[in-house]
Ligand binder design. Structure first.
Ligand SMILES: CC(C)(COP(=O)(O)OP(=O)(O)OC[C@H]1O[C@@H](n2cnc3c(N)ncnc32)[C@H](O)[C@@H]1OP(=O)(O)O)[C@@H](O)C(=O)NCCC(=O)NCCS
Length: 187
């Protein structure tokens, strides 16, 4: 039997369930991760972040955050988490594919993450050359991965990585409308 799963762009109403999923998947240790430190610098982009729903309940989530490293710009993928009862059904892979597709359509040059190469490699991610990019906390260089959406984009990501808003300021469309996504409460 195929499970009925719906995939939606993230909305503020999903926040409590996403927080619970990330707590369950990563525990309190998530706050000490390098990627979390970057995400403290500003909100994630809800339009590029997705949830998987089953019977009205959020069962998985992926969030995307704009980052800057010197002249390079990219989206940072994560956290990605699937509720234990729904693992190994292809939901994680589907969310990653949706997030990459949305990033491409949004004009992102590349998508970066800290994660397991055996999982993300088949989804198109390759190791970023060791020492090219510096995360704000130590990471295993073998886990710093990227998908290039524009030729040569990954090579422009050099030096210290931070939330893009800290470098570029808040995007104009957010200032005009006041519609900034809520700060990432868990990431
Ligand atoms: C990792 C995670 C997101 C995968 O989501 P999922 O929906 O269960 O995975 P999918 O159904 O898309 O893919 C399942 C396949 O990936 C493999 N896989 C899962 N986690 C893996 C990992 N860390 N490394 C390598 N392979 C992995 C499974 O063994 C399975 O392989 P198979 O297709 O050969 O049987 C999910 O297990 C999870 O939420 N884990 C806890 C949080 C986490 O670690 N997030 C990722 C941070 S880098």
């Amino acid at each position: 039997m195929t499970l009925a799963v719906t995939y939606l762009p993230e909305a503020p109403a999903h926040d409590p369930e996403i927080d619970a999923i990330n707590e369950e998947a990563f525990g309190p240790g998530r706050f000490t991760r390098a990627a979390y430190k970057i995400r403290e610098g500003g909100p994630h982009d809800r339009a590029l972040s997705f949830v998987a729903m089953h019977e009205g309940i959020v069962i998985a989530s992926v969030r995307m955050t704009w980052i800057a490293a010197d002249k390079g710009r990219a989206l940072l993928l994560g956290p990605l988490a699937v509720r234990p009862a729904f693992k190994n059904m292809g939901i994680g892979r589907k969310l990653v594919a949706m997030a990459i597709d949305a990033s491409r359509k949004a004009g992102a040059p590349s998508v970066v993450l800290v994660g397991d190469e055996p999982y993300y490699g088949p989804l198109g991610f390759k190791k970023i050359p060791t020492g090219q990019m510096t995360m704000p906390r130590p990471v295993d260089p073998n886990r710093l991965l990227a998908v290039e959406l524009r030729p040569g984009a990954v090579a422009t990501l050099t030096g210290d990585v931070q939330h893009a808003w800290l470098v570029d300021g808040m995007p104009a469309h957010v200032e005009e409308t006041g519609c900034a996504p809520a700060p990432a409460s868990v990431a």
